[in-house]
Design a protein around this ligand. Structure first.
Ligand code: ARG
Length: 587
């Protein structure tokens, strides 16, 4: 059963068509002024020109045709030619029943599912994730859920930064600290020890040190480059040591992803694309697409009409190493070979837009994969009060781990202040606080259009009032509690019979789920769904204030309201889940 926006647009469109006008003029939307109607159609104004008639005359004629349809309680013309539509209670009741019975609570499945890779998070070896990875993780995870829920086959890939010069820097630094390790012994033939000589803390300490050292000292830089080249060429000791770097980092990263409730279907690394690079370089050279330029090999990707300069993709640097761009190009080829995707989307900071433009164009020019099926989903930054990317009080980059600890602690305090969770066992209280804190972080991020940057505001994000994750969780938990009490009292749901304006409004809001999902999906914009989820919680809150459920003496009204509450909860939890937000059972 389609939503009202669709069925009513069809009906109003048919009325336009019967007057010889384009049915597209019949598009309706939820009314901006609910006191005038549930939906409105503004098509008469646009149609006036084509029809050569005043808009009000067209609107009046349309209204006349529609008035006979029992789906409408009233159809009225206002102002210059607005058509205001009030849906009949019977139609609302039928829609309410249909939504209640639908396991997808009104959400449809797309007609042409695709195979999609979502590249998100993008953490790196030897570096704990920091706030910069937060948005890539939250937005990417939500899009992955949304695409999958709409019916696409989706692989989420962490695209682990586990390759390149950084690895050479680390190898050289470990060599200095622990020269006796078997990994550096040319005579040793293996097997190498299973236990890692380094933990994440070592890598995090060594990396900035080695990086600064190589910047200051060309000899150190060359040494790191040689180590990188030997690693990539397959020197066994280096490969074995590198595998420890990768594993040690992953353990820590998994902990952060677990706290955020984020999982991946693929955990591929940049290293997985490496074996393809040599072949691609040869191919690009042979076909004359890669050309020499100042000692490097490049693919020119600039086009006539480019508004800004798009530099060439560097295929091989003047120092003979392959670069970030080539790694991404090879990753595209690797993904095509393994998954034959119809679409690849990259959830990466807007500041990398130029990089993706180069890579996508190069893939297209080389005929590896069409640019039209590659999308960079960029986003702004999470800023501090100074409007610059969020930093610690000392001015350093804040680790994600510390950020999560911060919101969890704040959530604990908020729960205590609100007198919530007081009777929960300690471990459940801690888990709830983590949920609330993560919900605060995620919702604050997803409620804004991803392109805009926003200011991190712990006080506001974690409040139980306002447009926040905690408010939504609380709303869901409150419904759960009502439903538990109803069950204990032996009450069961029944046919939906709206009698109050708040009940009608609640059904209409539930009905808006599909539009919100479709919008979020098409625009890759989870904030549209976040908006819906918030509107739903608010509509429920108004409904519940004027239509109490348990004290209602009329059994059929009570049953109807119980069904509505159950349906709201289902849709709320589903919507939140698609935003990556898990609802606790109680608080
Ligand atoms: N690891 C990269 C970074 O930290 C992000 C990777 C984004 N994905 C990609 N396919 N390039 O900047």
């Amino acid at each position: 059963m389609a939503d009202f926006a669709t069925t009513l647009s069809d009906k109003v469109g048919a009325a336009f068509a019967s007057m010889g006008l384009d049915p597209a003029f019949g598009a309706v939307q939820r009314s901006a002024r609910p006191e005038l109607g549930h939906f409105q159609c503004n098509g008469a104004m646009a149609a006036a020109k084509a029809a050569g008639k005043p808009p009000r005359e067209i609107a009046t004629a349309i209204a006349g045709r529609l008035a006979r349809d029992t789906v409408f309680a009233t159809v009225e013309v206002a102002g210059p030619g607005f058509i205001n539509l009030v849906v009949a209670s019977e139609a609302l009741a039928a829609r309410g029943d249909a939504l209640a019975k639908d396991p997808r609570v009104g959400a449809e499945v797309i007609a042409n599912p695709r195979r999609i890779i979502v590249d998100y998070a993008g953490p790196n070896v030897a570096k704990e994730m920091h706030v910069g990875h937060l948005r890539a993780t939250i937005i990417g995870d939500s899009l992955k859920r949304l695409f999958r829920f709409r019916g696409d086959t989706v692989w989420g890939d962490a695209h682990f930064g586990d390759w390149g010069y950084q690895m050479g820097l680390l190898i050289a630094a470990v060599h200095d600290e622990q020269p006796a390790l078997l990994y550096f012994d040319d005579a040793f033939t293996g097997p190498y020890p299973a236990e890692s000589p380094v933990v994440m803390a070592d890598l995090e300490r060594l990396y900035p040190f080695a990086s600064a050292r190589a910047k200051a000292d060309p000899a150190e830089r060359d040494r790191a480059r040689r180590a990188t080249a030997e690693l990539q060429a397959g020197r066994p000791g280096y490969r074995a040591l590198w595998a420890h770097f990768v594993a040690a980092t992953r353990v820590v990263l998994q902990r952060e992803f677990a706290a955020l409730g984020v999982t991946f279907d693929l955990w591929k690394g940049e290293s997985d694309a490496d074996p393809l690079i040599a072949g691609l370089v040869t191919d690009l050279k042979e076909r004359g697409l890669a050309v020499p330029d100042q000692g490097a090999m490049i693919v020119r990707v600039a086009r006539d009409g480019d508004k800004k300069e798009i530099p060439p993709l560097i295929v091989v640097s003047s120092e003979g190493s392959s670069m970030y761009g080539m790694t991404d190009l090879a990753t595209i080829v690797d993904r095509v070979n393994e998954f034959s995707p119809d679409l690849m989307i990259y959830c990466v900071d807007q500041r990398q837009a130029g990089h993706f433009e180069q890579v996508f164009r190069a893939a297209d020019i080389a005929g590896y994969y069409p640019e039209s099926q590659l999308e960079h989903i960029g986003f702004g930054t999470m800023n501090g009060p100074d409007g610059k990317p969020f930093k610690t009080r000392e001015g350093g980059v804040l680790k994600l781990h510390d950020l999560i600890a911060m919101v969890r602690e704040k959530a604990e305090a908020r729960l205590r202040d609100a007198g919530l969770g007081a009777d929960l066992p300690a471990d459940e209280f801690a888990a709830t606080a983590l949920h609330v804190g993560v919900a605060a972080l995620k919702f604050a991020d997803l409620m804004n259009f991803r392109g805009t940057s926003y200011v991190f505001d712990l006080e506001r994000f974690t409040a139980f009032e306002g447009k926040t994750g905690p408010y939504l969780l609380y709303a869901a938990v409150r419904i759960k509690s009502v439903l538990r009490k109803a069950e204990a009292a032996g009450f069961v749901g029944g046919a939906v019979t709206p009698t109050l304006p708040e009940e009608r409004d609640l059904i209409l809001t539930l009905d808006g789920f599909e539009r919100a999902l479709a919008g979020a999906y098409e625009k890759r914009a989870p904030h549209i769904l976040a908006e819906h989820v918030y509107a739903l919680a608010q509509a429920f809150s108004s409904f519940y204030a004027s239509a109490p459920i348990l004290p209602e003496p009329d059994a059929s009204l009570r049953a109807s309201r119980l069904t509505l509450a159950t349906t709201v909860l289902k849709q709320l939890e589903l919507g939140l889940d698609l935003l990556g937000i898990e609802t606790p059972e109680r608080m």
